[in-house]
Design a protein around this ligand. Structure first.
Ligand SMILES: NC(=O)c1ccc[n+]([C@@H]2O[C@H](COP(=O)([O-])OP(=O)(O)OC[C@H]3O[C@@H](n4cnc5c(N)ncnc54)[C@H](OP(=O)(O)O)[C@@H]3O)[C@@H](O)[C@H]2O)c1
Length: 248
């Protein structure tokens, strides 16, 4: 059997890199989506590093907040590798500030990059998946989409929106061998978190019952499980991986 093809948006980022490595180890042809404002050298350097570490992972450029760019990205992958079997919508950003200071740009940037992108990418792969009667879609949400977070009205709204999208699409495609799920990481030690001032970070850490931040590999394991051939029965679900920070 030919290798299944997995696209991970934000694949060269903190959690994305671990997801790419895990899916590579699971035996898939993995493609890491990147944007980096068009800095192709950065993606090339990432790919070279992966290769040196024993991971043969392709890279594909695309701005996930732009439909035409997503289309070009997917068309290129289709041409070079074939249809996408596994889509991990992992790309995302934060623009934190309290609502009283939040500008329309803060709002629009976060909704477009974290939520509208999920519609764009899923819309662009779903017909192929329907046709081949198999597919896995995993959307990376956040504990802050589950519980809300001070200073993150935009991010919490975008990440919570993913649950509705996931459950609606899961119902539409369930009879065609396609599963759609979310994973909601708690605080994971990537630059997204390590860039937060130390004093605030320490406060966050104290609120995590296991007493530490999560590791990107711990999120990658959940994605691997949901993306697996054997997982045909979990769909429309959300798996929280947050060290006990939020239980519901
Ligand atoms: N770290 C955490 O504690 C945590 C917790 C809960 C949820 N999450 C979620 O996990 C996901 C990965 O986060 P991370 O911690 O790994 O952060 P990260 O290292 O900053 O990675 C984010 C990725 O998103 C990509 N991205 C941003 N804007 C994009 C655009 N317009 N087009 C295409 N790609 C774009 C970036 O790609 P380029 O650099 O190439 O632009 C980057 O690879 C995000 O959805 C985040 O919200 C993270």
């Amino acid at each position: 059997m030919t290798k299944r093809i997995a696209l991970v948006t934000g694949g060269t980022g903190g959690i994305g890199t671990s997801i790419c490595k895990q899916l590579h180890d699971d035996g898939y042809q993995v493609i890491a989506g990147y944007y980096s404002g068009g800095n192709h050298e950065k993606a090339q350097a990432w790919q070279d590093q992966m290769k040196a570490d024993g991971y043969d992972i392709a890279v594909a450029y695309g701005n996930i907040r732009d439909f035409d760019s997503c289309q070009t990205c997917i068309d290129g992958i289709r041409k070079d590798f074939g249809t996408i079997d596994i889509l991990v919508n992992n790309g995302g950003i934060t623009r934190d500030t309290t609502l009283k200071k939040m500008s329309p740009e803060h709002w629009d940037d976060v909704i477009a990059t974290n939520l509208t992108s999920v519609f764009y990418m899923t819309r662009l792969v779903i017909n192929d998946m329907l046709e081949q009667k198999w597919g896995r879609i995993v959307n990376i949400s956040s504990v802050n989409g589950e519980k809300g977070q001070f200073g993150q009205a935009n991010y919490s709204a975008a990440k919570a929106g993913m649950y509705g999208f996931t459950k609606a699409v899961a119902q539409e495609v369930a009879s065609k061998g396609i599963t759609v799920n979310t994973v909601s990481p708690g605080y994971i030690a990537t630059s997204m978190i390590m860039d937060v001032p130390e004093e605030i970070r320490e406060q966050i850490r104290k609120g995590i019952p296991v007493g530490r931040f999560g590791k990107p590999e711990e999120i990658a394991r959940v994605v691997s499980f949901l993306a697996g051939e054997e997982n045909g029965f979990i769909t429309g679900a959300n798996i929280s991986a947050n060290g006990g920070q939020y239980m519901h």
